[in-house]
Design a protein around this ligand. Structure first.
Ligand SMILES: Cc1ncc(C[n+]2csc(CCOP(=O)(O)OP(=O)(O)O)c2C)c(N)n1
Ligand code: SF4
Length: 350
């Protein structure tokens, strides 16, 4: 069987500013189960990067192990990619990002990959504020190994063949926030209208941008007793507000009632327009974000949308004061300034 997408495309597919169509950002044909939420997220990633007119070679996509971690094969086929070890994507992306700060890093993981085996790595990559998008395709189970409950399965939720989960669940947005992530959002694989602008904002954000995307596993965890099923999410998802991503230099054409929209300037000159925010929620304050997560958790609903954004984020390169030029471009002459300089430095320390 061939895993290549058909090469025929409609001749009038819309082109972005670089002259690329969406097809230029697709990957191989997906081998996931038909209806898996992960495939919809791959579609949203393709749409976001195409609309942002990013050259594919400027992106590196990395993942761990799982059905979710297989998806980088199905999007951005012309970008760099590295499929690492279970739960170890954060250390691999940290090394890559420190060596080459010029690439845009998109890490894809699962709730098993992140909230169990990779929890230690996840905590520290958030704490260090590495400049990357970290997206979890969250189905509350280990899809690839046949549907065991994961650490994000809600208490009382039951998968297709399982008993109700007796344990408290880990809320990855709360964890990311607690660990120091500078952008935190949650969405649903079935809500492209919400997810695409969040992905664009995460790519523009200078720092660790975390997106938890509820993504139903149709094979093992899409039954009525599951809180990660399509039906449950559709009935219980409630957004903090709506988000428009406005690229740099774009003319604003829509009119909003005064006081209903808040504009947030992003580091790269683009902006986020936040509309109809719930009164009790201020996404620019960590404490408010934490309270909102807790309020929704108590009410049994699923909080979606932009939860937190730190406008003054300083990423790992800022903190370490690394050179503007990517480290992998520095030659020996740049790295070894010579004996005289070394002697002078040593003398200054005596
Ligand atoms: C070190 C190691 N331990 C265990 C496994 C087995 N394993 C493969 S994928 C996986 C969990 C996948 O779950 P998740 O990350 O939620 O992804 P999903 O398949 O649900 O998208 C496990 C336990 C492994 N591959 N490597
Ligand atoms: S087993 Fe579940 S998570 Fe894996 S591809 Fe199938 S539906 Fe998706």
């Amino acid at each position: 069987m061939s895993y290549k997408l058909p090469t025929f495309r409609h001749p009038d597919l819309p082109e972005n500013e670089l002259g690329f169509t969406k097809a230029d950002y697709e990957g191989s044909l997906s081998t996931l189960c038909a209806g898996c939420g992960h495939d919809s997220i791959s579609g949203s990633l393709v749409k976001a990067v195409h609309e942002l007119s990013i050259e594919p070679h400027r992106i590196a996509k990395l993942s761990g192990i799982g059905c979710s971690s297989k998806t980088p094969t199905y999007f951005l086929g012309n970008s760099h990619g590295f499929n690492s070890v279970h739960g170890r994507m954060p250390s691999v992306v940290t090394g890559a990002a420190l060596a080459n700060r010029d690439l845009i890093y998109i890490g894809v993981s699962g709730d098993g990959d992140t909230a169990s085996i990779g929890m230690g790595q996840f905590a520290h990559i958030a704490r260090r504020n590495l400049n990357m998008v970290y997206l979890v395709m969250n189905n509350g189970c280990y899809g690839l190994t046949k549907g065991q409950d994961s650490a994000t399965a809600d208490e009382g939720s039951a998968s297709k063949k399982g008993d109700p989960n007796p344990f408290n669940s880990i809320d990855l947005c709360a964890t990311a926030l607690q660990m120091g992530a500078t952008m935190v959002a949650r969405s649903f694989s079935g809500d492209k209208a919400q997810l695409v602008p969040l992905i664009k904002a995460a790519i523009s954000h200078q720092g660790f941008a975390f997106i938890d995307v509820v993504s139903p596993c149709v094979t093992f965890n899409n039954n009525p007793a599951s809180t990660k099923s399509y039906e449950f999410v559709r009935d219980h998802a409630a957004a903090t507000g709506t988000v428009d991503f406005v690229p740099m230099g774009t003319e604003i054409t829509a009119n909003y009632d005064p006081g209903t929209t808040h504009e947030v300037k992003m580091h790269d000159g683009s902006s986020l327009h936040l509309h109809k925010l719930a009164e009790s929620h201020d996404p620019l304050t960590r404490r408010s974000a934490m309270n909102t997560i807790e309020d929704y958790r108590e009410s049994g609903n699923i909080l979606t949308g932009l939860i937190y954004l730190d406008e003054g984020s300083r990423d790992l390169h800022d903190t370490l004061e690394t050179a503007e030029r990517p480290l992998n471009e520095l030659a020996e002459a740049d790295l070894c300034p010579g004996n005289d300089q070394l002697n002078a430095l040593n003398a200054s320390l005596r």
